[in-house]
Design a protein around this ligand. Structure first.
Ligand SMILES: [Zn+2]
Length: 328
């Protein structure tokens, strides 16, 4: 009995909906015959309405109007505005694209109070020439990046913690470490030490700068000594390894942190994969030297998505510096 009642109620409802639809369509055509006639060939939405601007016939796509960047992983085109808002992470495949040092620091710090080490200028003591003279290479890198060297040091605030933060710019001669990079890093560490502020370093480098020969190799010892002074004084030093970190930077300041974080799929190593393959005569499979591989083998502490980096570093620093966590 109940089933039959339910079915009859349902069929009643259907017939009511049908009647409503018929009524609506009759009303539309019946009450506005003139509009339909005047916009013959146009859709109902395109009809002219007094006081409302007519929409463009061919809507412009964002790609046509804005400069865009191709994702190196999934090859989709992303507008530069979308990239900036997404911290240079591809919205389609989550690939972490390269980020300039200054943008990274400005995005990381909640308040920037100043910059360190701008007074240091690179010299050319070896009068080094490869395919181009070293000073010419420097000028080109400065013109292309708008920076004077491969390391940028800013100090300011991360929420309620005063920090000194530095970042390598890989676009500037492959983020290579010359004497000025060493000078700036040591100055950053000394300021952190003097004011007892934690130091955060975003590393991205191909290694030491061969144009400066031994002077660039000496920076490994200098920066290592500066980090050791921080350790003795109990000042936290956090390293974030971004894609890629190699050579003398891996062999010094980038592997001496109290905590090592890395961005997903970042390539981190000392010698390149090909050089190692030639030496050990073995084929090294894909995850080799990736951040996830290093995490599995205990080289780094955590792989952190770029969107979570700021919060993760803040939580760690709040604990290490015994500062109340304002996010908690
Ligand atoms: Zn992508």
């Amino acid at each position: 009995m109940n089933d039959t009642t339910a079915q009859s109620t349902l069929s009643d409802a259907h017939s009511r909906v049908d009647t409503n639809e018929t009524t609506m369509s009759t009303n539309t055509t019946g009450t506005e015959p003139t509009v339909g006639a005047s916009t013959a060939g146009h859709s109902w939405f395109d009809r002219p309405v007094p006081g409302v601007k007519h929409r463009l016939t061919a809507p412009l796509t964002a790609v046509e109007t804005e400069p865009s960047t191709e994702c190196s992983n999934c090859h989709s085109m992303i507008t530069n505005t979308a990239l900036i808002f997404n911290c240079y992470v591809c919205p389609h495949c989550d690939h972490h694209l390269p980020m300039s040092a200054r943008e990274r620091l400005q995005w990381f710090l909640d308040q920037v109070d100043g910059e360190l080490g701008q007074e240091f200028v690179a010299k050319d003591p070896l009068a080094f020439v490869d395919s181009k003279p070293y000073p010419q290479r420097m000028q080109e890198a400065q013109a292309n990046t708008g920076e004077s060297e491969a390391l940028i040091v800013l100090y300011g605030k991360l929420r309620n913690i005063e920090v000194v933060a530095c970042a390598f710019d890989f676009r500037f001669m492959g983020g290579s470490m010359g004497s000025v990079v060493g000078d700036r890093f040591v100055q950053a560490a000394e300021q952190a030490l003097a004011e007892h502020k934690p130091l955060v370093c975003f590393a991205a480098s191909g290694g030491a700068r061969m144009q400066e020969g031994l002077l660039s190799l000496m920076q490994m010892a200098r920066t290592g000594a500066a980090v050791e002074r921080l350790r003795l004084a109990g000042v936290p030093y956090i390293v974030v390894l971004t894609n890629p970190v190699y050579g003398g930077v891996t062999a010094s300041l980038a592997m001496l942190g109290d905590i090592h974080l890395a961005e997903p799929k970042a390539m981190i190593g000392f010698a390149g994969k090909r050089v190692i393959e030639q030496t050990v005569r073995e084929t090294l499979e894909e995850p080799f030297q990736r951040a996830e591989f290093l995490l599995e083998h205990g080289v780094i502490d955590e792989v952190v998505h770029r969107h979570q980096l700021g919060d993760t570093i803040y939580r760690l620093l709040a604990k290490l510096c015994h500062v109340p966590n304002v996010d908690a």
